[in-house]
Design a protein around this ligand. Sequence first.
Ligand code: GMT
Length: 376
Amino acid sequence: MKIGIVCYPTFGGSGVVATELGLELSKRGHEIHFITYNQPVRLELISNNVHYHEVTVPEYPLFHYQPYELALSSKLVDMVKLHNIEILHVHYAIPHAYAAYMAKKMLKEEGIHVPIVTTLHGTDITLVGSHPFYKPAVTFSINKSDAVTAVSQSLKDDTLRLFDIKSTINVVPNFIDLEKYNNHSFTDCQRHIMANEDEKIITHISNLRPVKRAHDVISVFYNIQKQIPAKLMFIGEGPEKENIEKQCADLGILDRVIFFGRSNEIDKILCFSDLFLLPSLTESFGLAALEAMASGVPVISSNTGGIPEVNVHGYSGFLSDVGDIDDMTKNALHILSDDERLKTFKDNARKESLKFDLHKIVPQYEAIYQDTLSKC
Ligand code: GMT
């Protein structure tokens, strides 16, 4: 199939999933066209069946807001015609599903039919999409998609609760390339340059938006390091970064926290991690937790949204109520304070991640494309 993929090219989970999906589909013989405003961060390999088409939005002083949707839908029309793209898969409803619908309508005028698959990722539904400013357009574009998928049952339930949805929503969970997270594939897992032998390594990865509750990460870590020697690996950039640095300084633990900024090498950091913290306010899936588990890192998380579909309480880690620092600390210390127990949790985390092997999940998307094309 010739598949157009629209996504955010940034470090967010939806862009990562879209990119990994496109790359795997290309390995399975499909021709993939990424259409977005920058080359996706994990798109390192452009091969003869992986193409990238940049959407440019010329600045014009009359516009207070530059019309990205318009530029995107025009680019979609052009690329579908030029490359005979058969199906468009848009990741994150806002504004991609809307722009794709406009492109579909324009193409129809020329007798070209291209169906749209929309994948809902989380904040496009729970935080942004359900805002009254966007809700009618988001509802409309979901209902006008030819197929809709959500990355967890929880996100599907939220979508049906928050919007008046007429379409069927298929749950296709996020996935992971287990090979990439296999510790044994590294010869350079350099734990010794990060921490002393007796120190445990705790890790957090996020875009540091308020929804990630990164201040809870620091509070839990502060409590942990009072009991056992530990270091915190903090990966990501975002609006909360300064507050987090200040919190560390106020608590006197700046020397115990390593800030990596944005990193494309999280597998290399996860390979020497002992515990992953994800205390988010809401999380439709928690791809970062899955990436940790695939590296054999147990997860201490909140029990919100789709996280319980990924992290299994008492097996791959523990779940606590949002903001329950004491419970998260207790659970973290329970895992970290006994090396045998830590090893069991690490093994379990890795085993649990096998459910999300890309070889099991990507065919589900292929089946949806085929089914959608056969109905059009
Ligand atoms: O978490 C973010 O802020 C980024 C966001 C995105 O769309 O890039 O992540 C969402 O999609 C990911 C991939 O499906 C999920 O793993 C994240 O849980 C989800 N984030 C939230 O629901 C907050």
